[in-house]
Ligand binder design. Structure first.
Ligand code: ZN
Length: 185
């Protein structure tokens, strides 16, 4: 098997196919968006980190995941604010929490059973975090610790009606739409 040679769409430099790079998969941008060429292609983490369009690109990518998860029977959105989107799949064999930072977009997977340990020391539970992830995490961890001190709190935040509340596409883009937790009293 021959591996295709990969090039970073931001710098044109070579990327090791087995190495560590960022890729936002899916057609999550409007067809005429100038950032379309950066979807579905590999980007060096260092290039992606420095990229001035990263916050907008990542924000739209995370929004697409929020929409996709509303239709996914396995993943439940439990928290969303302007900085982070948290979803959970509590069923075996997955039993993981997914943390997506709105300015990064990567999928940080935390085993549900290690959620408390992760809140206390992310690097120990999810080694290999990139500096840009670590920096963004440092801004959201206080809120996550307060809201979800343990894995039970994460699972308890699942709204069983979430999948029944599919809203029209026109309503999803509103800034006031705070996602799956919008109806929590
Ligand atoms: Zn690059």
């Amino acid at each position: 098997m021959q591996l295709a040679k990969l090039e970073c769409a931001l710098c044109g430099g070579q990327i090791d196919a087995l190495g560590d790079f960022f890729r936002a998969s899916g057609d999550f941008l409007p067809a005429k968006d100038p950032l379309v060429p950066y979807c579905n292609v590999p980007l060096h983490w260092s290039c992606y980190t420095r990229w001035s369009e990263r916050p907008r690109f990542a924000g739209l990518y995370v929004r697409a995941w929020i929409d996709a998860n509303r239709k996914n029977p396995f993943w439940w959105g439990v928290h969303r604010d302007e900085r982070v989107y948290v979803s959970v799949n509590p069923e075996q064999p997955v039993e993981e929490v997914s943390v997506r930072l709105c300015t990064v977009g990567s999928d940080i997977r935390v085993p549900l059973a290690k959620w408390s340990a992760w809140l206390a020391d992310c690097d120990q539970v999810t080694p290999g975090l990139h500096p840009v992830e670590r920096e963004a995490l440092s801004q959201v961890l206080p809120a996550l610790r307060a809201r979800f001190p343990d894995d039970h709190a994460v699972v308890h935040a699942i709204d069983p009606d979430e999948k029944r509340r599919a809203r029209p596409a026109a309503a999803r883009g509103r800034a006031t739409d705070s996602g799956p937790t919008a109806h929590t009293p």
